[in-house]
Structures are given as C-alpha cells and as structure tokens.
Design a protein around this ligand. Structure first.
Ligand SMILES: Cc1cc2nc3c(=O)[nH]c(=O)nc-3n(C[C@H](O)[C@H](O)[C@H](O)COP(=O)(O)OP(=O)(O)OC[C@H]3O[C@@H](n4cnc5c(N)ncnc54)[C@H](O)[C@@H]3O)c2cc1C
Length: 433
C-alpha cells in the first residue's frame, strides 16, 4: 500500500514474505480443515442416499498444502514487486532511532528510513511445564509436520486455536481430548454458541475435560501424559499446546529506538498504530490488538495512508470492537461487534433476536440444521450492534452483519433487502424482523 502510494519501501523478512499466516497459521490449518470437511461430507453422503468411501493420503495432503502456500507466496511477492517494494532477506533490528540493520546471507546491511513499521508477529507461548520436543509434545506450529494421523491427541487450551485443532485432528480421524480450563470451550464467546460447539464435539466423540487446567506434560514410551491441577490425568499419543502466543519483540533493538512495550512485551500503539516514537509504527500481533490476519492487514493499510500524509482525508480509524472473526470448526462460529453478555455486564439496553437454522429451508435441504443466528440491536434506533452465528458457513454469513455493524445499518436495512431463496442468509433477515 505504501508502495502504491509512491513511497520507497524496503521490506526485511527473515523467513517467507506472507508471514506466519501462510506458513503455520491461517492457511495450513484451514487447508487441513477443508480436507477434514471433505471426509465428513463423504461419511455424511450415506445419509443422503449415496455410497462413498474416503481414504486419507497424507502425502497428497502435504503436497496440496505446500502448493496453496506457494501460490499465495508467489502472488504476494508479485504484488510487492509490482509496487516497486524492495525485499531484503534477513533478520532486522534497530541499530539507531532511524536505522535498521538486516543480517543477511551476505553480511549486515544498514537501512536508514524516515518511517519504520514493526510487524514482527508473535510465536506460540510455551509454558515452562511443557517440554516441547516437536515429536510428541507439540506447539501448533509442529502439529503440521506429523506424518501419520495420531492415535489420540490431547489438546491443551480451548480458545480459538485449541478448538480449531480439536476439530482438525478429529476430522482427520484422530481421537481427541480437549482440556478446557473453564466450564465452557471458547470462554470469551457467547455461552449459547459455545454450547452448540460442545454438543457437536461430544457427538463426534471428542472428550471434553472441563474445569481442568493442565500443569504438567510428560513423555512416556509411546505417548504423553497430561496432568491437571485437579488431579485428573489424561493419556494420549500426542499433546498439542494451544495456550496463546507471545510477541516477537525481544532482540530487535526496540530500546535503541526508544519504542515502548507493555508488561506483556507488546508494542504500545495509539489509534493510528503509532508507537511512543513519532516515526515508528507497529502493526499485527506485536501491537497487542486483535491477533487476526484481517486486522493486521487493515492496520497496515491505515498506516500506509497515515505515513503518506493521507490521514486528513475523510478517514475512519480502526475500531477493533467492530472486527468480525470466525472459528473454522464444524459447525463454524463467527461473531462481530457487541456480545450479549458484554451488553448485560455494562447495563446497556439491547434487543436480542435469535433464529435457529432448523427453521431455514436451505439448512434442511443440506441436511445440517445445527446452530442459530443471533442479532443484537439498539431497541430505540434499530441499529445493529453485533451478532453471533453458529452453523454452516457462519464465517461467510457474518460479513453481512459486519457491514451492518461497521456502517451503523439498522435491522430494517437487512429486513428490506431482497435476499435469495432458499439461502442460509434468510435467517439473517428473519432475525432482523
Ligand atoms: C493456528 C492459527 C490459526 C490462525 N488462523 C487465523 C485465521 O483463520 N484468520 C485470521 O485472521 N487469523 C488467524 N490467525 C492469526 C494470524 O495468523 C495472525 O494474527 C497473523 O499472522 C499476524 O500477522 P503479523 O503480520 O502480525 O505477523 P506474522 O504473520 O507472524 O508475520 C511476522 C513476520 O515477521 C518476520 N520476522 C519476525 N521477526 C523478524 C526480524 N527480526 N527480522 C525480519 N523478519 C522478522 C517473521 O518471519 C514473520 O514472517 C491464526 C493464528 C494461529 C496461531
């Protein structure tokens, strides 16, 4: 974006351009989930009157993931080249307030800049009680390297990443136990949404260990043992840690540049993503806002406009409270804006409408009536404040509510739209009435 706006841009990357999203996070996880979904479809086909069988070819699957990554990587590189961005392969650190030095294969290269953007991302958090070995005790990044479907995976952590990995391994045929430290999976999400997902997990044979906080993982001869603080012990062939991430802010010379970080090591930024230093910006996971690719990209675009002096144009600051997010489980989960519990906690008056997909013609035709749409609006004005969807295609459907929330549309605007029939989106209109 900065290149497109006419800036001379140097991008320093130590690994691959495109970052963790392409290598470990969004893309490989969703590619494996897509294969798991195809397997489930084949199994479900029987109930639709078809005979089908599916055999998983892990080598072909690994090739497929690699080819998706390569295509995305090439398209990002081509895009950068088309905007005249110079990519420098190396590890960067500040060596002065306006100087960044890249350690490249051919030695150190110092770059002086008017503006610096720190976008070094984050990495999985590894607690000291978990001796990760990349073989049996894994971070989410190690989990893609497994060459056979594990016998039984113990997933530790039931936030977004934990439930996605639970779904992914189960869909590929592994046994799974999910260690849930609270009384519901997805502790930050709507409890009714979490309940639908929990039911789906239980029906698919996932064991949920609720109210149990893992505090030790050990290797055995052919597997792992996970010990919880309430005395419960789970055995499995592998353990996967999904207990959050930490920012990549150590060793990059932020102190040399005078860039402030918070107690968690995240770079502190203002509403323009500017750090404590007026010519240094930070975006993405290091900025400690919402750890989502979509948010990182949007921050990058806004920063480019800001540093190129376009912030005086009509311009909307990023409102993180209006970011849509999705969880690619089966059923999918997605939400945007104000949550029901949040509104109750703050005493704000809201109108909540909930419509089950079991009343939707397309859901019934497709044989998957699980889940619901919930819309939260302002009772006085009808403005859509938020919504949650759990069910098939929730990640796509939430876009309608995201547009409504971002643009202060009213439930009447959704209701008055002539939608397709039969379509899952009809439930959005119904929940708007
Ligand atoms: C399993 C998993 C699944 C996810 N799925 C989704 C999803 O479906 N949708 C979504 O929106 N988000 C998803 N996320 C979150 C998303 O991946 C991150 O929010 C996003 O990648 C953050 O982007 P970033 O640019 O901040 O960092 P990154 O993508 O991590 O990029 C940082 C880059 O900086 C490089 N780097 C670091 N230090 C240096 C240095 N000193 N010198 C040079 N280069 C350096 C790294 O090599 C890396 O390429 C997922 C996360 C996980 C863990």
């Amino acid at each position: 974006m900065a290149g497109a706006l006419g800036a001379e841009v140097i991008l320093i990357e130590r690994d691959i351009v495109g970052g963790a999203a392409h290598l470990w996070d969004c893309i490989p996880s969703k590619a494996l989930i897509a294969t798991g979904a195809e397997l489930a479809e084949l199994q479900r086909a029987r109930s639709m009157g078809l005979q089908a069988s599916g055999r998983l070819d892990l080598d072909a699957l690994a090739d497929r993931v690699r080819s998706i990554e390569e295509r995305l990587h090439t398209s990002v590189r081509d895009l950068l080249a088309s905007q005249g961005v110079h990519c420098l392969a190396g590890t960067a650190r500040f060596t002065g307030p306006r100087t960044v030095t890249a350690e490249t294969a051919s030695g150190a290269e110092a770059v002086d800049a008017d503006v610096v953007l720190v976008a070094t991302g984050s990495r999985p958090r590894v607690p000291d009680w978990a001796p990760v070995d990349g073989d049996r005790i894994l971070t989410t990044r190690d989990a893609y390297r497994i060459r056979e479907v594990p016998r039984h995976v113990v997933v530790i952590g039931s936030g977004v990443t934990g439930v996605e990995f639970t779904h992914m391994f189960r869909a590929l045929g592994a046994g799974v136990t999910l260690v849930v430290s609270r009384q519901q999976v997805l502790p930050k999400k709507d409890p009714e949404v979490a309940a639908v997902l929990e039911d789906a997990f239980l029906q698919r044979g996932v064991s949920l260990l609720k109210g149990a906080r893992a505090h030790a993982v050990e290797r055995t001869t052919d597997g792992v043992v996970v010990r919880c603080d309430d005395g419960r012990v789970v055995e499995g062939s592998h353990a996967v840690l999904a207990v959050g991430s930490i920012p990549n802010t150590d060793g990059i010379g932020l102190d040399v540049a005078g860039v402030a970080v918070d107690a968690g090591g995240y770079v502190t930024v203002n509403h323009n993503c500017l750090t404590s230093v007026p010519h240094v910006y930070a975006a993405g996971d290091v900025s400690g806002k919402l750890p989502l690719s979509s948010v990182a990209s949007m921050q990058g675009r806004k920063i480019a406009e800001h540093c190129m002096g376009l912030h005086n144009r009509p311009h909307r600051h990023l409102d993180y409270d209006k970011a849509a997010s999705a969880i690619f489980t089966d059923p999918e989960v997605a939400d945007v804006g104000l949550a029901e519990a949040e509104a109750f906690a703050s005493g704000r008056k809201i109108r909540v409408t909930k419509v089950p997909f079991s009343a939707n013609a397309k859901s019934l035709i497709e044989g998957d009536p699980r889940g619901f749409v919930k819309i939260i609006s302002d009772p006085a004005t009808g403005v859509v404040l938020g919504g949650s969807i759990v069910g098939q295609s929730a990640a796509e459907l939430i876009s309608v509510l995201a547009v409504a929330v971002t643009n202060n549309l009213k439930v009447g605007d959704i209701l008055d739209s002539l939608l397709v029939h039969p379509a899952l989106a009809e439930s959005l209109a119904e929940a708007s009435s």
